[in-house]
Design a protein around this ligand. Sequence first.
Ligand SMILES: Cc1ncc(COP(=O)(O)O)c(C=O)c1O
Length: 481
Amino acid sequence: MKRDSKKSLSQLGDIPADVFRKHLHEVADWIADYRENISARRISPNAKAGAILAALPANPPEDPEALEEIFADFEHLLLPGVVHWAHPQFMGYFGSTTTGPGILAELITAALNVNAMTWRTSPVATELDTLVLDWLRQWLGLPDEFSGVVYDTASIATMHALAVAREEASTSVRTLGLSGRSELPIFRIYVSDQAHSSIDKAAIALGLGEHNVRKVASDSEFRMTVAALREAVVADLRKGFKPLAVVASVGTTSTASVDPVPEIAAICGEYQMWLHIDAAYGGGLALLPECEWVKQGWSEADSLVINPHKMLFVPFDFSALYVRDIQRLRRVFTLVPEYLRGDAAGAEINYMDYGVQLGRRFRALKAWMVFRTFGRTGLAARIRDHLRLAQLFAGWVREDARFELSAPVVMGVVCFRLKGADDAESDRRNAKAVESINAAGEAYLMQTKLRGRIVMRLGLGNLLTTEEHLRRVWEIIGEAV
Ligand SMILES: Cc1ncc(COP(=O)(O)O)c(C=O)c1O
């Protein structure tokens, strides 16, 4: 059996149809079993760095190998090195949760393997992107002057938004670049001290300089202080800098705090700065009618990024950037080489014009299948339950004399810590608790730093997580400390 399969694999062309079908069924069963029994797995591997690599042959395969052998190696050598993000007791980062329909769509996407660089290279990939982006725009309550583009990650989306801001503030950076141009001012970007590092990375990539991302102090609830923003802008103007943009966070990485967007928008209007909203995580809350507050000020923005792979149950990766008048983005990035001129001839949208990358995955299919399967009401119900679980957990923390909450619980994130008089010792104990919980493999948390203190951070967002799982994680935390 093994030899037959090997023999057929040595022929030209793809693997034989019957071999493919057989393995496809096996993989389907494997995935279904994986999903069904995932809570019995240890979440994080025990592996030492380099151990997986050491167990694998260093030389590339010279001759064909049977899929049976490859799958066996997958199970025995690779799988033990996986961190099971889909495990219901994985509560690290933001739940980049997968779903049945998401997995099915990814399988189909792999089979189609289209490259959606232009409309012509796969009309459906372009048009479904457009449709899904518009559905999401409606859910987010963004005015229809906003249109979107799908990228892999929020980091890339933010970089593109700031590229447009840079072009509009200086003109001709696209053609002339930045270097050697003494007529250009030094641009400044303002973020809160809680903002994600992707903005610094964007400044690095765009030649704006990491140092020119000014960190504005946040208040006691980790929201950007508007007065401090104004002071920073005024001080920079006095020194001859050019305030370029503010990135307001809706759902910061550590605590999910929300910056006061309407006030920030007013300052952006006053000083003609671009307003980009980083709603990578928190944007999903907009689907809940009771969370109207989260959308305040969004319609004043120039751009907004949301990662449906964070709160909206679309499998990684899928990030949507919305820009008011998307032609502004297009003007910065459209460039049609001769070999694509025939493909990019008509008036259709060619998404290659809206960013650096040419080749694009057909990402819309998974969002379309997930959004249709659950509907807004189904997505909202699941998010609502995560908010409920976060509040429940926060209540347990409040009632336990050993712990304290370290930040308000605004979304599905809870930051808490073991109390302790000696700061250094209590930092060590909090870090140690997270380390030992994760090493034991039954739960997974993160640590972060707030106001100089190490805290534990729990993130809810996996649709397999139930109250029972959360209770078990609370027990594990209790045992670990
Ligand atoms: C608030 C926020 N913005 C941006 C990002 C960057 O996301 P991505 O990994 O999609 O680049 C993250 C990542 O977790 C985030 O938490």
